[in-house]
Design a protein around this ligand. Sequence first.
Ligand SMILES: [Zn+2]
Length: 123
Amino acid sequence: MSSPRRTRYNFELEFPERTGLPPRLIVILEAEEARPKPVPPKLRARLTKYGLTFEQYQEMLDKQKGLCAICRTASACAIDHCHQTDVVRGLLCTSCNSMLGHAKDDIKRLRAAIRYLARSKDA
Ligand SMILES: [Zn+2]
């Protein structure tokens, strides 16, 4: 059975030659990496606004593989929600989120825009 002091002693003897870092610094770095990272204040504010926990947000981001739920090419950095119910629909890139906002979430308008673009492409 080893005492904490003996463990530390072994650690100090084992690692310095691998990294070249002083033993005490190695201990500090490992403790820092193990500590959970704080949620950035801006993200925390957005999560609070939409009633999401960081874990729920992270789960959504993981399901979408970090990509926008519409274009699936750009990073999902906006929390999209229904403006009538405030229900979060998914995570979007800024372009797709703006597109929905400019179209006022109007499905008829968006379908009309698709038809318009398709006609223009065929011409
Ligand atoms: Zn997008």
